[in-house]
Design a protein around this ligand. Sequence first.
Ligand code: A3P
Length: 311
Amino acid sequence: LLSLPKESGWGSRHLYLHQHFWCPSTHFQGVINFQNHFLAKDSDVIVASFPKSGTTWLKALTFSILNRQRFSSSHNHPLLTSNPHELVPFLDFIFHGDNIHDKLSHLSNMTEPRVFGTHLPFPSLPKSIKESSCKIVYICRNPFDTFVSLWIFANKINPHSMHELTIEEALEKSCKGIVGFGPTWEHMLGYWRESIANPNKVLFLKYEELKEDANFHVKRVAEFLDCPFTKEEESNGVIENIIKLCSFQKMKNLDVNKSGTVGRNLEKKYLFRKGEIGDWVNYFSPAMIEKLSKTMEEKLSGSGLSFKTCS
Ligand code: A3P
């Protein structure tokens, strides 16, 4: 660890440049253990994302789509009593700490299909994920909203960070790629390119498109995961029920998500803020708009990846 390039992140945590991405010091051990020890099963589903892109939402949707027959009555659905991050844990959290063998045996006994989350960039995923037939659903969000969501989140989980870095300085750092699991562009492009080269392996979703037409994209996810909705399910409102259960308002107002913590002491209420498209306009100055627009143009040009809601 000592030999790796180091930068201060937002707030008090440090970032280490590991395999071309900035790994938060708090995640380092878990990431290494995950990379070295995780054994994917062909039936696994991985929900991958850059932080603050809609991970919680996609975890809830993916879990509900895959388990719709087990929990067909809406009264006993696990999402009513558990946070999505408890039902779909992050693999780098799971592997944090010691007792790797206990963790591996717990993982191998989990009910299939197992669903996990990760913020690792595609090239850094363990070999077994890339080489098995397990599937990856990736969610990406326009970088303006993602940045604002992360800025506010970082300041909530560490109120002192507001005094360490202004929003302009945080954007400067982000545009240089220095942000947890960044550079953001590399993260998106890694999964974007893989989704084009290997469409049966990676499904690439956009937060904005999911918001605009959830029905269409929930069907896409189910088809991709080889569990398409039947005509009967469609006419019985199964898709609508899943969308309602996972909606921002529903999740935010559940008692289970209003208090308490998840993962490593993360306040669950911080996971649900506004859930809107375009809130960035309330935070960006003209100079910040220019900075991020230019950076995106430079980094994404020629890739085919674009965001219609920006500037
Ligand atoms: P905002 O801060 O813009 O409100 P992640 O889950 O990757 O941490 O992303 C967090 C962002 O997704 C936050 O955005 C949060 O409010 C939003 N979000 C959380 N649950 C959601 C849901 N069920 N539907 C839509 N957006 C959701």
